[in-house]
Design a binder for this molecule. Structure first.
Ligand code: BGC
Length: 514
């Protein structure tokens, strides 16, 4: 009955490979581990998987620092393991999306290793190299998202290079055609291996302008939030058009789309932010560019109350109603887990976690466009708040510890069976992040075998959703209504109008054809 492309209504299950399933007892998840768990994912009734980076990398930012875009990091397996994974996923009816990190690579990538040597090598113009100001200071006032300046000095070239994240993640120079071609070749490599789409990492941080670069303006409306990461100096600046969201980035999205179209029914989903995220998303999804953008509105670190959820959705819907060009998510590998994060702002206790998690997943999968469910949401996992500082792994958390816990809290390994060593994640002696004891009460395979589990109730809901013409044949919804405890909207197609009511007092969802 669907007239829409697969990605316009897709429910996408995000896998963080390091923490999904270890198959060789080294305490780190890997590709064969994922393959062994694909039937668990397919049993949920989702349409696709998105696997966070598993490419060669020194793992300074856990794979978002790639040193070879066309090979697998040995601790995750081999290219043959990936081929087996994709074959099995397709047999199970799952599309496969992978992450690509186009804005920056690792300082260990041969491109940067060569580029940093001198001002006249073959790759000398592949990164943003800039002379110091006459007083020796950095070319602009830009700051790195992970703390400190966005410019680092390279004595061999007597120049600064740009990095919007860690100094070990130099930004590629997208003004250089050869760089864009190298990245579109990466897309061809993976499309050729059968991938169905890409989640494009941090596309707003691609830098495609050339020197002289402009300073960021101060953010005069900045007020430090309650959370330490909201108090970072980075947020005291406005970024759009100077450091981030440069209009020239669109040369990249257009080149990438052209390649995707050569392979047919593929999906390009850009992760982006900006001073004006809706405008940035509209720019990135203009005809001939990306298919959709990943919307951050529901991912607020401190969580949202009902009014906050409503306005987060309305802002995006106002701009995209009638299209499938946006993707919603309540959780991912970068923010505290929603089952825990959302309790306080909604005035709920921990005993409500299962019911709340199920309600949030139903809500997001009833919105227009696609949805990303992060591994463990289907099990209503807690965010893990008690990781000792000496076991922390996330470089962002380590930079701001102890006031900020970073992103390890949502990245601890999945557990599969309460009684197995390490919850069945790994047969090794230790795991890269600790196993969360609290998760053992809702281990994956145990929950898949229990009919009243969140996993099974969500699976039943997704089966029902697939049968609703209003959800599957048109991406239209009405504006949201409801009081401070309810969110109500209609999903509308030619054949059906479905009133969807989400009640945050009783934690129930109700659907009525009208
Ligand atoms: C990813 C993060 C990563 C950053 C830098 C993102 O937005 O989701 O995990 O640290 O990009 O690549």
């Amino acid at each position: 009955m669907s007239e829409l492309a697969w990605w316009e209504t897709a429910v996408i299950y995000q896998i963080y490979p390091r923490s999904f399933q270890d198959s060789n007892s080294d305490g780190i998840g890997d590709l064969p581990g994922i393959t062994s768990r694909l039937s668990y994912i397919a049993g949920l009734g989702v349409d696709a998987i998105w696997i966070s980076p598993f490419f060669k990398s020194p793992q300074k930012d856990f794979g978002y620092d790639v040193s070879d875009y066309c090979d697998v990091n040995p601790e995750y397996g081999t290219l043959e393991d990936f081929d087996e994974l994709i074959e099995r996923a397709h047999e199970l009816g799952l599309k496969v999306m992978i992450d690509i990190v186009p804005a920056h690579c690792s300082d260990q990538h041969v491109w940067f290793q060569e580029s940093r040597q001198s001002r006249d090598n073959d790759k000398s113009d592949w990164f943003h190299w800039v002379d110091p100001k006459p007083d020796g200071s950095a070319p602009t006032n830009w700051l790195s998202f992970f703390g400190g300046r966005a410019w680092t000095w390279e004595p061999r070239r007597q120049q600064y290079y740009l990095h919007n994240f860690l100094p070990s993640q130099p930004n590629l120079n997208h003004a250089n055609t050869a760089v864009r071609e190298a990245l579109t070749d990466v897309a061809r490599f993976w499309f050729g291996r059968g991938v169905d789409g890409f989640r494009l990492d941090a596309v707003h941080t691609i830098n495609a302008d050339t020197a002289p670069y402009q300073d960021n303006e101060p953010n005069l409306s900045f007020s430090p939030g309650d959370l330490p990461q909201q108090q970072q100096p980075f947020f005291r600046q406005l970024h759009d058009s100077a450091q981030l969201n440069q209009p020239s980035i669109q040369r990249f999205s257009e080149a990438f789309r052209t390649v995707a179209d050569e392979y047919g029914d593929k999906f390009l989903m850009g992760e982006l932010h900006g001073d004006d995220p809706v405008l940035a998303s509209q720019n990135f999804t203009a005809p001939g560019r990306l298919h959709a953008t990943y919307n951050f509105n529901l991912l607020a670190w401190a969580g949202l109350n009902v009014a906050g959820i409503k306005s987060a959705i309305s802002d995006a819907i106002d701009a995209f109603n009638g299209t499938g060009r946006l993707t919603f998510a309540f959780s991912n590998h970068d923010v505290p887990r929603s089952g825990t994060r959302q309790l306080a702002p909604l005035g709920l206790g921990a005993d409500c976690q299962e019911a709340l998690q199920l309600l949030l997943m139903k809500l997001e999968t009833c919105l227009i466009g696609s949805t990303c469910i992060y591994q463990g949401e289907e099990l209503a996992y807690d965010d893990v708040q008690d990781i000792p500082v000496d076991l922390m792994q996330d470089p962002w958390g380590i930079e701001f510890a102890p006031v900020f816990q970073g992103r390890d809290t949502c990245r601890t390994p999945m557990v599969w069976q309460a009684t197995a060593p390490n919850g069945g994640f790994s047969a090794g002696n230790c795991t890269w992040l600790p196993i969360a004891e609290a998760h053992l009460k809702r281990a994956g395979l145990d929950e898949a075998a229990r009919s009243a589990s969140v996993y099974n109730r969500f699976a039943e809901f997704l089966r029902w959703r697939k049968r609703q013409p209003a959800m599957m044949t048109a991406n239209k919804m009405t504006v949201l209504s409801g009081d401070e405890t309810q969110i109500i909207f209609d999903r509308v197609s030619d054949d059906q109008t479905l009133r969807c009511t989400f009640d945050f007092e009783n934690l129930t969802a109700a659907f009525e054809e009208i």
